[in-house]
Design a binder for this molecule. Sequence first.
Ligand code: AMP
Length: 419
Amino acid sequence: MSTFNAPKGTFDMLPPYSETYNRIRIQFGLELRDAGFQYIETPTFEDTGLFARGVGESTDIVSKEMYTFSDRAGRSLTLRPEGTAAVVRSVLQHKLYAARLPVKLWYFGSYYRYEQPQAGRTRQFTQVGAEAIGSRDPLVDVEMIALAVEGFQKLGLTDFRLLLNSLGCRECRPVYRSRLQEFLRSLDLDEDTLRRVDINPLRVLDDKRPEVQAQLTGAPLITDSLCEACAAHHTFVRSMLDDLGIKYEDDPRLVRGLDYYVRTIFEFVHDGLGAQSAIGGGGRYDGLAQELGGPELPSVGWALGVGRTMLALEAEGREIEMGADCDVYGVALGEEARREVFKLVTALRVADIPADMAFDSKKLKGAMKAADQSGARYAIILGDRDLADGVVQLKDLTTGDQAPVSLHLVVDSLKEKLQ
Ligand code: AMP
């Protein structure tokens, strides 16, 4: 036992669950690569100003949840609370937009928000994200949504729902915002909420308190206020999703916790998760690149919560955890045999056969137990007598059959058996 525990709101990613975690990363990586996305990794911390500007001063993330610190030279730095702002910063810094558009990038990493920890909500969490930067085409919105759906489905998830909305644009959102403010100011709301009505009225729609929700029944809806171009964009996205057979629910009250979104926004929720039901979300952010000092680069992206995806898999009884991969387990009896078995295990690995062995001079019984626990299909057992005869005992751990095989031939023989 150690004197220290992981800090509040953080956790250790332990086996066997860590296997699922790796699988999610690998699976999304392959799928996104096949769709033309390249991997990007940005620093874990950035200038605080990037998030203040990129995510928005009025958001909970920036105003309450950031891990901000000064470095020894007095710079204000912040542990990244989300991925998009940094990816766009990087695209601008390295002028990646000078090549073919859209720039399609994917990432996987840890994010940090000082939130009240609860089931499915931690202070450090992992997201897999994808961004398509530099296209106004509503087909790209649909492509992004389809890729997230495909990813969840390939992991085996079925009980998730896609919520869809449009937030309008610089033209029509301000008109809607004032209409909504007017409506909200006529309600019986506490001071904190009224302040929010001034700063970020759309967030009030997201207020989970029943006394607030009860008053919101007649609230004006953004989808009734969209300008012609935004309405056409939204109609296109919906009809293309229909064409692909992707089910969605129109949710005209859906908002997101980041300021940069325009037009299409979406969220994936899983009903087996309780209060923290969002397993991912995203949308279009046409103005962000300009906000960060770059050219106009209309873009769309998403981020999926890896931890919550794992909880969703568990809720559906679809744990994809596996033990460590091992096909052959080496058991050596005696000092010279240890050297030979180690050489065989190394040769098996070179031949792409997952192999492991019993270390620390275990007795036969203990070593055979370890072989069983490893999940291997075969054990190679080497004693002094075998060594003298130039053979190794090859044991099938499923049937219990055992036969001597020449030391020189065992790797080839296992290659054949495991084909
Ligand atoms: P957001 O950047 O807020 O849109 O988050 C995207 C996804 O990341 C959410 O749908 C969650 O699945 C996940 N996520 C966000 N915040 C947390 C958190 N504090 N703990 C665990 N997962 C989170």
